[in-house]
Write a protein that binds this ligand. Structure first.
Ligand code: G3P
Ligand code: CA
Length: 265
């Protein structure tokens, strides 16, 4: 009888061991200066499925990688990206703030990021602000995904539902994720780009949701699965938190420290 016990126990464990989608936040935020090609190169050395990046648009409409709307925190420059031409941004040092080793690292374009990643892992492109902030941004992103034939390994993610709708209208083959900060159970509101009443609704045109991990709970994961959507969480650091998210049954985990994934499969 005991000879059957071990395989049965292994089978019972299977749901906890289901493979998750492993995502390196901002390329590999703790490894190298976030949202640079160095960060993407560093992230790709870890056992990950996707790198996540953030994009904005320069005054002269180049789509570039950057988390903040301004250049102050992550370069030696300052000012708003949409008030600055690409040529100016390109002169800036986007690496020294992280470490001398990265001095001279540039703010990359989305095209450069797509060329570097090129399907070696996947890429989640987060639109920080859609057409209301950056006219024509969605069409430029779609053009680049098509030019690089990247549909199989790229997803576009955003808090901005309108931006996702525009991407879908331009190219329904592109996979999308709607980002949410929270769905606070009993409280009749949730947060995405703004504070909204009600609970997050099923959006038929998205493939999944990306939720702040501290507000996710089992019934929400179940609801999203019932809708046929993935439930992904950000930004989860530390072995215990990652293990807890896996127990909730989430599909994807974004972390600043992709080294945690070495222990997790
Ligand atoms: O994946 C979503 C997550 O990246 C949102 O947070 O501020 O790091 O872009 P943020
Ligand atoms: Ca992001």
């Amino acid at each position: 009888m005991f000879k059957y016990l071990l395989p049965v126990l292994m089978l019972l464990q299977f749901p906890l061991q289901a493979q998750i989608t492993r995502v390196a936040h901002r390329g590999g935020r703790t490894l190298a200066p976030e949202n640079t090609l160095a960060a993407l190169r560093a992230g790709m050395e870890y056992p990950i499925d996707f790198c996540e990046i953030d994009v904005h648009q320069t005054r002269d409409t180049v789509v570039v990688l950057h988390h903040d709307e301004t250049l102050d925190r992550c370069t030696n420059g300052s000012g708003r990206i949409d008030h600055t031409d690409f040529e100016e941004i390109r002169k800036l040092d986007a690496g020294s703030w992280f470490g001398e080793k990265y001095a001279g690292e540039k703010v990359p374009t989305l095209e450069e990021a797509l060329d570097l990643v090129n399907g070696k892992c996947g890429l989640w492109i987060e639109i920080k602000g859609g057409a209301a902030d950056y006219p024509g941004l969605e069409a430029r992103i779609v053009r680049l995904i098509r030019k690089k034939k990247a549909h199989a390994w790229v997803q576009v993610i955003s808090f901005d539902t309108q931006a996702l709708k525009r991407i879908h209208a331009l190219d329904p083959e592109i996979k999308l994720q709607k980002l949410l900060v929270s769905n606070l159970g009993a409280f009749p509101f949730f947060l995405d780009k703004g504070l909204r009443g009600g609970s997050p609704r099923r959006l038929d045109f998205v493939d999944g949701y990306g939720i702040y991990y501290k507000t996710v709970h089992k019934s929400l994961v179940r609801r999203m699965h019932k809708w046929g959507k993935t439930c992904n969480v950000w930004t989860v650091n530390g072995q215990e938190n990652i293990a807890r998210m896996r127990e909730l049954g989430v599909d994807g985990i974004t972390t600043d420290e992709p080294g945690w994934f070495r222990e997790q499969r």
